[in-house]
Design a protein around this ligand. Structure first.
Ligand SMILES: NC(=O)c1ccc[n+]([C@@H]2O[C@H](COP(=O)([O-])OP(=O)(O)OC[C@H]3O[C@@H](n4cnc5c(N)ncnc54)[C@H](O)[C@@H]3O)[C@@H](O)[C@H]2O)c1
Ligand SMILES: NCCCC=O
Length: 497
C-alpha cells in the first residue's frame, strides 16, 4: 500500500489534481508497504526468512521500502504460474492477444501521471522525463499489439506437388531482467514483444528500482491477461541466477551491464537457452565544423545529461572538429552550468538525483581519476546539495564537462553512466571514424554535419574504392555521386546508377 506521510489529505484523481496545479505526491512523502512480488495474479510477500534489502528514494535519501529477495521456492512458484498461463495465452489468436494488450496500453495512458511519479520517487529522474518513459512503454505495447495478428508462417512448394510450411510458435516462459535506469519502460519493452508472440514472462527488476514493474503487472492483470502471464520477482543477482537456470525457462532477455551480460549468457548457454542482451555503451558523438552549432550543442547536452547521464546509448565521447572547438566548448559549458538541478518532482527541474549513493560515489570517482590522468574539469563534477532541506540527503551532482581528454583516459574508455561528458578534438573524418570505432562498447553513435560523407568541403575521401571507378582515370578520387563525368569522360559506374 502507498501511504502519504506529508500533508495532502485525500487522493483525488491525478488529472484533477494536476488541473488544480497540485501535485499528487511530493518528494519525501511516499512510503511503500505493499509487497512488491507478483505472481499468479496477486502481489506476494517474499520468503519468510530472508535478509531484506533497503530501497532508498534518490531525491531525499530516505528509506522508501524494504525488498524481500525471492529464493528458489518463490522463483519456482512464479515460473510455474507463468507456465500455466502460457498454456492459455499461447492458444489465443494474435488478434485476441492484441485486444488485451491494447487495453493495457489504455490503462497505462490513464495512469500516466501516477506511474511517472512513482518512477521519479524510486529512480530520481525528473518528472518531465518520466512521463515520456511511460509514453514510450505504452507505445511499445501498442506497437507489438499491432504486430501480434500479423505473425505468420511460410508455405514452401517442394518437388512432386509436395509442400512444406513453417509456423511461428512461442517459446514458453521467458525471463526478463532489467536495469535501474528505465524501470517501467524496460519492463514494458521486455514484456510487449514476448507477450505479443504468445509467451509468458517472469520479470526481475533491479533491486534498486523495484516499484513500478509491479504496477505494470497489475495493469496487465486488469487488462485481462490470464493469471500468471506476467510475474515480477524481486531480488538481485542470486534471484536472477535462479531464473536463468530454471529448467522451465525457455529464454532470457537481459538489460544491464556487460559483465552481468557475460554471466547471463554463460548460464543460459548451459541450458541451451537463447538470450537477448542489451548492454552498456560508450558511444561517440561526432561534431563537424560545418554543423549547425546550436543544434550540435543541444544534441551533446541531450546525449550526455538526460536521466542524469544514466542512459546506455549516451554519446559520452564528444569528438569536436578542432576549428570549432573553442566556440563549442564555451557554449556547452555555459548551458551545462545553467541546468537546473533539484527536486525531480518539480516541473522546472531538468536534472534530478542519481540513482543511489554508491553510484554517485562511483561517478564522482571517475571525475577524480580523469583529473589525475590529465583531463581538465571545465565545469561541474562535484556533489551538490539542494537548498530545500528535505533534499539534503539526496544523491545529486553537478553535470560535468571534461576537456583536454585523450582516447587512452579511463573517462573516455569506460562507461561512467553519469552526467560526465568527455570532449575530444579531431582534425579529419578518417581519423575520427577510426577513433570513434575504437571501442568494445559500440552501442550507438551520432553525427552532426550539414554534408554527407565525401561531400564535405575540402574532403577528398572516396566513397567507393578507386579501382571500382572505371571512368578511365586510374587516379580518380571523386566520390561517386559527385563524379564530374561528362559525355566525353564517361563513368560506367555512374551510368549504372
Ligand atoms: N542497451 C540497453 O538497452 C541498456 C538499457 C539500460 C541500461 N543498460 C546498461 O545497464 C547498466 C546499468 O544497469 P545496472 O547497474 O542495473 O546493471 P547490472 O548489470 O548491474 O544489473 C542489471 C540486472 O541484472 C541483475 N543481475 C546482476 N547480476 C546477475 C546475475 N549474476 N544473474 C542474473 N541477474 C543478475 C541485477 O539484479 C539487475 O536486475 C549500464 O551498463 C547500462 O548501459 C543498457
Ligand atoms: N530510453 C532508452 C533507454 C535505453 C538505455 O538506457
Amino acid at each position: 500500500m502507498l501511504r502519504r506521510l506529508a500533508s495532502l489529505p485525500l487522493r483525488r484523481p491525478a488529472a484533477a489534481l494536476l488541473a488544480a496545479g497540485v501535485r499528487c505526491i511530493s518528494s519525501g512523502s511516499v512510503e511503500i508497504t505493499l509487497p512488491l512480488n507478483f505472481w499468479a495474479g496477486k502481489r506476494r510477500t517474499g520468503p519468510e526468512k530472508c535478509s531484506k534489502d533497503i530501497v532508498y528514494e534518490p531525491a531525499t535519501g530516505r528509506v522508501l521500502c524494504q525488498l524481500e529477495p525471492c529464493g528458489a521456492v518463490e522463483v519456482d512458484q512464479a515460473v510455474k504460474a507463468a507456465k500455466l498461463a502460457f498454456g492459455y495465452w499461447s492458444k489465443m489468436s494474435g488478434m485476441e492477444r492484441a485486444r488485451v494488450m491494447i487495453e493495457a496500453a489504455h490503462i497505462i495512458e490513464s495512469k500516466r501521471e501516477e506511474i511517472a511519479e512513482m518512477e521519479v520517487v524510486n529512480n530520481g529522474k525528473s518528472i518531465t522525463e518520466a512521463r515520456l518513459d511511460v509514453d514510450s512503454a505504452r507505445l511499445c505495447i501498442e506497437y507489438y499489439a499491432g504486430l501480434a495478428s500479423t505473425l505468420a508462417g511460410q508455405h514452401v512448394q517442394l518437388p512432386g506437388g509436395s509442400f512444406a510450411y513453417t509456423r511461428r510458435e512461442p517459446l514458453g516462459v521467458c525471463v526478463g531482467i532489467g536495469a535501474w535506469n528505465y524501470p517501467f519502460q524496460i519492463a514494458a519493452w521486455k514484456s510487449a514483444p514476448a507477450l505479443a508472440c504468445g509467451n509468458s514472462m517472469v520479470f526481475k527488476p533491479s533491486p534498486v528500482t523495484p516499484v513500478t514493474a509491479v504496477m505494470l503487472a497489475e495493469i496487465y492483470a486488469k487488462a485481462g491477461v490470464p493469471e500468471g502471464l506476467f510475474n515480477v520477482v524481486q531480488g538481485g543477482q542470486e534471484t536472477g541466477s535462479l531464473l536463468c537456470q530454471h529448467p522451465d525457462v525457455a529464454k532470457v532477455s537481459f538489460t544491464g551491464s556487460v559483465p552481468t551480460g557475460q554471466k547471463i549468457m554463460e548460464m543460459a548457454s548451459k541450458g541451451v537457452k537463447p538470450v537477448t542482451l542489451e548492454l552498456g555503451g560508450k558511444s561517440p558523438l561526432l561534431i563537424f565544423k560545418d554543423s549547425d552549432l546550436e543544434n550540435a550543442v543541444r544534441g551533446a547536452l541531450m546525449a550526455n545529461f538526460l536521466s542524469q547521464g544514466q542512459v546506455c546509448s549516451n554519446g559520452t565521447r564528444v569528438f569536436v572538429q578542432k576549428d570549432i572547438l573553442p566556440e563549442f566548448v564555451k557554449e556547452v559549458v555555459k548551458r551545462t552550468q545553467a541546468i537546473e538541478i533539484g527536486d525531480p518532482l518539480l516541473e522546472s527541474t531538468r536534472m534530478g538525483a542519481l540513482v543511489s549513493q554508491p553510484h554517485l560515489d562511483k561517478v564522482l570517482s571517475f571525475v577524480d581519476r580523469a583529473k589525475k590522468e590529465g583531463a581538465t574539469v571545465l565545469c561541474g563534477g562535484e556533489s551538490y546539495v539542494p537548498s530545500d532541506p528535505k533534499l539534503r540527503g539526496g544523491y545529486y551532482m553537478t553535470p560535468c564537462v571534461l576537456g583536454n581528454c585523450t582516447d587512452d583516459m579511463t573517462c573516455v574508455k569506460e562507461e561512467i553512466f553519469g552526467p560526465v561528458m568527455s570532449v575530444l578534438p579531431f582534425e579529419t573524418e578518417d581519423e575520427v571514424l577510426q577513433r570513434a570505432n575504437d571501442t568494445s562498447l559500440g552501442l550507438a553513435a551520432g553525427v552532426f554535419t550539414r554534408h554527407r560523407a565525401g561531400e564535405r568541403p575540402g574532403d577528398d575521401r572516396v566513397l567507393l574504392p578507386t579501382e571500382d571507378c572505371v571512368c578511365g582515370d586510374g587516379r580518380c578520387r571523386q566520390p561517386l555521386l559527385d563524379h564530374p563525368a561528362t559525355a566525353s569522360q564517361s563513368c560506367a559506374l555512374r551510368q549504372r546508377l
